[in-house]
Design a protein around this ligand. Structure first.
Ligand code: ASP
Ligand code: MG
Length: 425
């Protein structure tokens, strides 16, 4: 089980969490279930700690930064263990260095290498609930490390993989993964299940339920993940009956469809992302090496390029190249490209951050024609102009004017038959 920062914000909420954990542990067939709980720091706490580091030393040492920011999870893990004990449960915390959770690579963005679980498993077998602070680990030379922001999701999946858990339940402030943002489309539906690949695509194009890295790890390790709400009453459907959204392999998804528990859809979800910006370089020489000259400096500066289109060359042996970068990197990208103008040889650089990327995602489109044309037709019927297109095996993304984001999402949600049926009807 994993609980995020909103669920852990304050002793009252921690008591609610403790209740959910106690119910999960409750005996089945006369035997207590073995439960490990991974927790985040209280909401806002990690930001507060990061600010302290900045104030103390603008050029802070990442190793000491880790000592400071890892403390938020130490507090909540201890508090949850105490609260569980107050409810009559046996519980203890297992800090990153105690288990230990061994990590590799740099401070502040460490990756989990291995987790030693025998002691923790023995204590769980003896009926003790294991409470594990997320986000933290220990380096080869024994220093505290952290996994990068949002890393508790990854901690939870890694612990689940290490103990070969039946399931990793991620409790959060939403009750599952939806076909699209319910704030935009009132008829958005909660999905019973999505595949790892779909979740990765949805997460990387704006659906921010889980840290993307945790989904990649779950896929690699075959951990079954469920996303569900922690804001529930005592009589809520038990987690074992899968009230949330399951994230599973394609094979398990196919089984669910065969058993009639899931409907086969061409498109599973629609995501939108307003955080990209468009860059156009005009009159780039149309010859081998030209695009390499553009994208090499961006790659060297770790600027992630997403959509790319190169227009058909004009008669003078020139072409326009359009691509997108994260809005936050636009100024840097612009400066770099101007710097390399001599090597690249473009005429003008035109940028626009008032664009949005709309993506339709679904494993169902692998084996079906016509998914893209449905998208293009639906958008054009509403007069929405497509500025760029990119695709993967299970995703089609288009770039449009930012002002048309909500309209586009609604139109596509209907076009792919994703709208929930009217309850009154
Ligand atoms: N507390 C850390 C953060 O805010 C890790 C997490 O909550 O996932 O980034
Ligand atoms: Mg989170």
């Amino acid at each position: 089980m994993k609980f995020g920062g909103t669920s852990m914000a304050g002793t009252e909420r921690i008591r609610r969490v403790a209740n959910i954990v106690r119910r999960q542990q409750a005996a089945r067939d006369g035997k207590l279930q073995e439960v490990a709980v991974v927790v985040s720091a209280m909401a806002g706490e990690t930001d507060r700690l990061v600010n302290f580091c900045r104030e103390a030393n603008a050029l802070y040492d990442p190793a000491e930064y880790d000592v400071v920011v890892a403390s938020g999870e130490q507090v909540t893990s201890g508090l949850l263990a105490l609260t569980l004990q107050s409810l009559g449960c046996k519980a203890r915390s297992w800090l990153g260095w105690q288990m230990p959770v061994r990590t590799v690579e740099a401070h502040a963005k460490a990756r989990i290498d291995s987790i030693d679980t025998p002691a923790m498993v023995a204590s769980m077998e003896a009926g003790e609930i294991a409470v594990v602070p997320g986000f933290q680990g220990i380096s080869d030379n024994g220093r505290v490390t952290t996994l990068g922001r949002g890393g508790s999701d990854t901690s939870a999946v890694a612990v689940a993989a290490a103990v070969k858990a039946d399931r990793c339940d991620i409790y959060t402030d939403v009750d599952g993964v939806y076909t699209t943002d319910p704030r935009i489309v009132a008829k958005a539906r909660k999905l019973k299940a999505v595949t790892y690949e779909e979740m990765l695509e949805l997460a990387s194009v704006g659906a921010k339920v889980l840290q993307t890295r945790s989904v990649g790890l779950a896929m690699k390790e075959g951990v079954r993940v469920q996303v569900l709400s922690s804001f529930i009453d005592d009589d809520a459907t038990p987690a074992d009956e899968l009230p949330g959204t399951l994230i599973v392999s394609e094979a398990e998804m196919n089984e669910l469809v065969e058993k009639g528990e899931m409907e086969r859809q061409l498109v599973t979800g629609i995501a939108h992302d307003k955080n990209e910006a468009k860059v156009i370089l005009t009159r780039v020489p149309d010859k081998p090496g030209a695009v390499a000259h553009i994208f090499e400096p961006l790659a060297a500066a770790s600027i992630n390029v997403d959509m790319i289109i190169q227009n058909v060359g004009r008669d003078k042996g020139e072409t326009d190249v359009t691509f997108t970068v994260p809005q936050a990197d636009l100024a840097r990208a612009q400066a770099l490209l101007k710097d390399k103008r001599g090597d690249i040889g473009f005429n003008r650089i035109i940028t626009d951050s008032r664009i949005a990327k709309i993506s339709v995602v679904g494993v169902g489109m692998k084996s079906h024609a016509g998914v893209a044309s449905t998208m293009f037709r639906a958008l054009s019927d509403r007069g929405i102009n497509i500025q760029a297109i990119s695709t993967s095996e299970i995703k089609i993304s288009v770039m449009i004017d930012e002002d048309e984001t909500e309209l586009a999402v609604r139109v596509l949600h209907t076009a792919y038959g994703l709208d929930a049926e009217d309850e009154a009807a």
